[in-house]
Design a protein around this ligand. Structure first.
Ligand code: ADP
Length: 161
């Protein structure tokens, strides 16, 4: 069975990577869908996020990574996948995720959302917090994969010049 894991991944974190690894171990195919919403401003552009995640999952042959500009359920309908995977941390995540799943169900009732709880190691990891840590000179090396740490360092450096 194929599962879709959509997100902004701006930037991808070790929490995201853990969900990808666990999903790739359960499902036949994992399709990571990177949101590329033209109305949103991202810290890393779509191609940068694509490159980072492709490198992160390079050793796992059953994982594909794709950019997508529209609704996730539309992608699911087009690709024939029936499952959307979302990772959840605290209860606060669940509120939002539950509403989103209801919305997606209303849009496309054949597509189911499933939730995977984070590993406790990644409970506090959040892309927005990691960007703050990076911009204020904190150490983020344990929070993101090496390819992301390198890109963050370069981006922070470029902003200082
Ligand atoms: P979005 O903008 O779609 O919420 P994110 O990149 O923030 O995109 O997150 C993508 C998915 O990964 C969401 O389901 C989110 O709850 C989940 N996620 C984010 N951080 C973690 C983490 N540390 N552990 C587990 N799941 C996470």
């Amino acid at each position: 069975m194929t599962v879709i894991y959509p997100g902004s991944f701006d930037p991808p974190t070790n929490g995201h990577l853990d969900i990808m690894k666990r999903a790739a171990g359960i499902f036949d195919q994992l399709q990571v869908i990177i949101a590329d919403n033209p109305r949103k401003t991202y810290f890393f552009g779509a191609q940068e996020r694509l490159g980072m995640i492709r490198e992160m999952v390079a050793d796992w042959p059953n994982v594909q990574v794709t950019l997508w500009q529209g609704l996730v359920v539309k992608y699911a309908e087009q690709s024939g996948a029936r499952l959307i995977l979302r990772g959840v941390r605290a209860l606060a995540d669940f509120d939002y995720e539950f509403e989103l799943s209801m919305m997606n169900r209303a849009l496309s009732p054949k597509i189911e959302t499933i939730f995977m709880p984070t590993d406790q190691k990644y409970f506090v990891l959040r892309s927005s917090a990691i960007k703050e840590v990076a911009l204020f000179g904190g150490d983020f090396s344990e929070m993101v994969p090496p390819v992301v740490a390198k890109a963050l360092r370069e981006r922070v450096q470029a902003r200082k010049i």
